[in-house]
Write a protein that binds this ligand. Structure first.
Ligand SMILES: O=C(O)CCc1cccc(O)c1
Length: 445
């Protein structure tokens, strides 16, 4: 089988490679740089995304390098607490919010590559041309062409693959310039362990702890200000007291909301920032890319196993992922407006239902999957992967259901479900799960 060529060895590309290789699909990962990018970027993933890291074999390692996020705290311009939306650090499976430093996650994922000989990673490779069945790239002084069974563009916001398939970015009408500062402090700041949002219209700001003595600050820039010229010490002073900080990185970012006009051309697919970009206000940027990888990997593996016989399954990638990511981007924009618009807009958070919205940790159901209330939702089966296997499965509680062909039949007993939470969720239904644990059908007995 020709390899799936993955352009970009960031967390999305590497996760896609791992998920494919675990299903027996050879992968060639082409990365423009020779070294891993050493500086912080993404800082948060939710519990659904940790399940994806689990599927890729790195959840145990991730829990060691991350810390549970305690929720969201809104502060006024003088840093007085306006509201706290607190998460319980121990959810039913993984913590609902997980704070981390991206280079730590990338090291974990790169180490996982070493377990999977079906993956080859080539650094220093600049992709020149992409088709459904080949990729041409420059390495050192020479050009190479490799045959591909599919191509995944995981090459970030300025994606070459996106350009190659003629997709553009559709603007969801959000652009703000922010200064992002990462620092390591000489001592712990003893800050509350969630995300702090300063609801100051003049200088909206975000602050959070990422690891031991490691912190992230973000400050919205005013028109005409540049991150390079803005003195950072007065901005950090209220958070630091007399503790000194070593700044690891300061950068200007334009937070944008964009979705690619198409995510696929033939057997070339876009994933992660190549397909969508979101403002960071609900911490879903990297998670969206990892959800892409998880959604596509099992479908592509099934298609390759059946020699191209799963055209509809491949079509469902964009059909499912695009509305999901748009919904999350819209939520990020609304949350951002409420959090950065000053005291008055900040008071929106006192309205009934807003607390539940701020703390909601399940993402919207995938559209167009089966029918019924549970269809398209992620089943709460954390930890059951060894029982469910890597294919389709059927969960049942009564008599063994018939007519499910090669699906794995799993009787949900006390042993599998000691707290009864899974059976409460199932109600009196028999539940058909896809390989990615999304509910395809939930049938009343
Ligand atoms: O959902 C949470 O508890 C935190 C979400 C979050 C993460 C990172 C940045 C941010 O502004 C919000």
């Amino acid at each position: 089988m020709d390899p799936v060529v993955i352009v970009g060895a960031g967390p999305v590309g590497v996760t896609a490679a791992v998920l494919l290789a675990q299903r027996g699909v050879p992968c060639l990962v082409l990365e423009r740089y020779t070294q891993m990018y050493p500086l912080p970027r993404a800082v948060h993933v939710d519990d659904e995304v940790v399940r994806i890291l689990d599927a890729a074999g790195v959840a145990a390692g991730f829990l060691k390098i991350s810390r549970p996020g305690l929720g969201l705290r809104l502060l006024d311009a003088r840093h007085r607490v306006m509201a706290t939306f607190a998460r319980s650090p121990a959810g039913s499976g993984y913590p609902q919010a997980n704070m981390f430093d991206q280079p730590d996650l990338e090291r974990l994922l790169r180490a996982r590559l070493g377990d999977l000989p079906a993956i080859e990673l080539v650094g220093g490779a600049t992709v020149l041309q992409v088709t459904s069945s080949s990729v041409r790239y420059r390495l050192g002084g020479s050009e190479h062409e490799v045959a591909a069974s599919a191509v995944l563009g995981c090459d970030g916001a300025n994606s070459t693959v996106r350009e190659q398939i003629g997709a553009s970015l559709v603007d969801m009408h959000f652009a703000e310039r922010w200064l992002v500062v990462d620092g390591v402090c000489a001592a712990d700041l003893h800050a509350w362990g969630g995300v702090h949002q300063v609801c100051n219209r003049r200088r909206a700001a975000t602050f959070m702890q990422l690891g031991p003595r490691r912190y992230r600050w973000e400050f919205r820039l005013l028109p005409g200000e540049s991150a390079a010229e803005l003195p950072v010490e007065p901005l950090l002073a209220p958070w630091l007291g007399d503790v000194s900080v070593r700044i690891v990185r300061r950068a200007e970012y334009t937070f944008r909301a964009n979705v690619a006009s198409k995510w696929r051309a033939g057997r070339v697919f876009l994933l992660g920032d190549a397909a969508h970009q979101t403002p960071p206000f609900i911490g879903q940027g990297l998670g969206a890319g990892l959800r892409d990888a998880y959604n596509l990997a099992w479908k592509l593996a099934a298609d390759l196993r059946s020699a191209g016989g799963e055209a509809d399954l491949l079509d469902s990638y964009e059909r499912e992922r695009s509305p999901h990511v748009r919904a999350q981007i819209r939520l990020a924009i609304v949350a951002g407006l409420a959090m950065t618009g000053g005291r008055v807009r900040g008071s929106i958070w006192r309205l009934p239902g807003m607390k539940a919205l701020a703390l909601r940790s399940t993402s919207p159901p995938l559209r167009g999957v089966g029918r019924g209330r549970l269809a398209g939702t992620l089943a709460p089966v954390t930890g059951l992967d060894p029982v469910l296997g890597d294919g389709w499965s059927v969960l049942y509680t009564g008599g063994e259901p018939a007519g499910f062909g090669s699906h794995r039949l799993v009787c949900v007993t006390d042993e599998l479900d000691p707290t009864g939470a899974l059976r409460r969720w199932m109600g009196r239904r028999t539940v058909v799960l896809r390989p990615d644990r999304v509910v395809q059908a939930a049938l009343r007995r």
